[in-house]
Design a protein around this ligand. Structure first.
Ligand code: C2E
Ligand code: MG
Ligand code: MG
Length: 577
């Protein structure tokens, strides 16, 4: 609708009001035709105006309608638009909701995942912590075990040398402060090596464990029993008042050892040699106290074993260290300082010399003689026994040839062969070579071996023994009865002679050895072996042996071991009693 048409309609509305004011009354119509025409004209005009006005209004209405329609359309459009917008908003909301839901789901999922991961990580952490803890504990335990092992002997569980040194130093410091004494007892098992060699290391180890237990049972908790190594033990008495108390302890230890040990179905007897030294009396420092106890122990051994000795300064003067013994032996081999002495074996019924045993000695300057007890075991440990043994056999063969050439009546000479030699690789070859070199008839020779030398009962032992027998050499079992072996080997091995150990003969005076000696004589007779009694010193011992028909004997009663010349004289003159 335009502005012009709106103005026109306003004018049209005003005009009928004007017309109403101009209409004439019905009484004047006839009188005034002109007026009537004029009125008709005016009425016509007014009708036209009204019609125009109506048309305008209609137009106006149409316009308005159109306008309304337009507006409706507009509204509809707008509604549509709004609806679209709403739809869009709804869609967006939906989308947002979905996104929110998705996000929530994702978040939940993520949360769950995170939680699972967190739980897993936690579990790992716990496991790792436990593992670390276990590792730490294991490491601590290993460290403790290592430190324990470093200070203890693995076989017996006793403190070892290193721990003993610590404790001795500690005890000495305390003793110094409180004016007390400390005692050190150095213990060595007598003839342990024989048991170890004859019954094997397992039995030997068990015996050492049993010995350790007994020693521990004899001392106070505050004292220390330690294993120095091998068959050596040390007892540290931390608080000592008098030397007498220490001697009582030593006696107690020796007595405790007197009971046999039952090991692996063997009743084993071992004895102890003990050396005692005191702080501060015999040494001011650890090393001296230990060394002096060792020297005293060595003297206990020299004094016949199974006893104890208290250190004295004189012992130190004569104390020979192991090292210097080895040096002395080496030099003796180079400079021909060894000599053989010969002890006659006698027919107990007739008193006639049946042969001799060659015994080694070390002749030092100024004719000082050192006996084999002082160096044979060191020679065995160091391997020096091999050249020494070869020298003994060669020298014996040489000497025998001299006597035979001189027309002396000697039917046999015996030499001692140690286990180390017998089990050595070149033993038989060495024997053959020497017999060859010297031209000695092997039938004149007898090899004396201890039971431990013959054991273990292996193929090698049997084949060596048979090889010697084939050569013509006789075999004797030395120190018979002290090797703790079963007797079954007597039938298996080609043995000619049993030598009854002198410890049994010595006990004949007191009856205790009677049963053993007569049993050995009976065994020998039944197996058709010669029986030679060692260590005969008294007429009573001789009488017992004679009455039990022991064929032969050897001992100071007849003669000590003597030089080759002196023995030749004995052969010529016979033994006079
Ligand atoms: P063994 O073979 O049992 O020798 C006998 C030991 O008893 C000798 O000691 C001898 O002097 C001693 N004896 C003899 N009759 C009596 C007696 O009536 N009373 C006492 N108390 N003792 C007597 P020796 O010469 O000191 O020899 C000790 C051990 O040294 C020997 O015991 C033997 O096992 C070993 N031995 C000696 N010479 C050699 C050797 O050339 N080689 C080897 N491997 N060992 C040897
Ligand atoms: Mg002998
Ligand atoms: Mg003997």
């Amino acid at each position: 609708m335009t502005k012009q048409s709106v103005t026109r309609r306003k004018g049209a509305i005003r005009s009928p009001l004007k017309a109403n004011r101009r209409v004439p009354s019905p009484a004047s119509t006839a009188a005034n035709t002109f007026a009537e025409r004029e009125a008709a004209l005016l009425a016509g005009e007014q009708t036209v105006d009204r019609r125009e006005e109506v048309a305008d209004r209609r137009e106006e209405v149409a316009d308005r309608r159109e306008e309304v329609a337009d507006q409706r359309e507009e509204v509809a459009d707008q509604r549509e638009e709004i609806a679209d917008c709403r739809e869009q908003v709804a869609a967006l909301r939906d989308k947002a909701l979905r996104a929110q839901e998705e996000a929530a789901r994702d978040k939940a999922e993520l949360n769950a995942q995170n939680q699972a991961q967190l739980r897993e990580a936690n579990e790992h952490l716990v496991l790792a912590t436990v593992h670390a803890q276990t590792m730490t504990e294991a490491a601590e335990q290993a460290a403790m075990q290592m430190s324990y092992m470093a200070k203890h002997d693995f076989l017996t569980g006793l403190p070892n040398r290193s721990l003993l040194t610590d404790r001795l130093a500690q005890s000495m410091a305390l003793a110094q402060r409180y004016g007390k004494k400390v005692a050190l007892l150095y213990l060595d098992l007598d003839r342990f090596k024989h048991i170890n060699d004859s019954l094997g290391h397992t039995v030997g180890d068990q015996l050492l464990q049993s010995v350790a237990q007994r020693l521990q049972a004899c001392v106070r908790v505050s004292d220390t029993v330690c294993r120095q190594g091998g068959d050596e033990f040390v007892v540290l008495l931390a608080e000592v008042h008098t030397l007498q108390d220490v001697c009582l302890t030593a006696e107690k230890l020796i007595k405790a050892m007197a009971e046999p040990h039952l090991i692996d179905a063997h009743w084993l007897h071992v004895t102890l040699s003990i050396g005692i030294s005191l702080y501060p009396d015999h040494g001011q420092d650890v090393e001296t106290v230990v060394q002096n106890a060792d020297s005293a122990m060595y003297h206990a051994k020299q004094s016949g074993r199974n006893t104890y000795r208290v250190f004295t300064q004189e012992m130190n003067v004569r104390a020979v260290t192991r090292h210097s013994v080895e040096e002395t032996l080496r030099r003796a081999l180079e400079q021909h300082e060894f000599v053989l002495h010969y002890q006659p074996k006698v027919n107990l019924a007739t008193g006639v010399i049946t042969g001799a045993e060659a015994l080694i000695r070390l002749q030092q300057a100024h004719h000082r003689l050192i006996g084999p007890e002082q160096f044979v075991s060191i020679a065995e440990d160091s391997g020096l026994i091999l050249p020494m043994g070869q020298w003994v056999l060669r020298e014996t063969c040489r000497q025998m040839a001299v006597w035979l050439q001189a027309g002396l009546d000697i039917s046999q000479i015996a030499i001692n062969v140690s286990a180390v030699e017998f089990h050595g690789k070149n033993f038989l070859a060495g024997v053959r070579a020497i017999l060859n070199d010297t031209g000695m008839d092997p039938h004149y020779l007898e090899f004396e071996m201890t039971e431990s030398g013959l054991m273990p009962d292996t193929e090698l032992t049997t084949s060596h023994l048979h090889a010697l027998k084939e050569l013509g050499v006789q075999i004797a079992v030395d120190d018979f009865g002290t090797g703790y072996s079963s007797l079954s080997y007597l039938r298996r091995f080609p043995i000619d002679t049993l030598k009854i150990d002198q410890s049994f003969v010595r006990e004949l005076d007191g009856n205790a050895g009677d049963a053993i000696v007569s049993a050995v004589i009976a065994i020998g007779m039944s197996l058709k072996q010669r029986v030679v009694a060692e260590g005969i010193e008294t007429p009573q011992q001789l009488a017992f042996l004679q009455s039990h028909h022991c064929a032969e004997g050897q001992g100071f009663f007849f003669s000590r071991p003597v030089t080759a010349d002196a023995f030749a004289t004995l052969l010529e003159t016979g033994i006079r009693r």
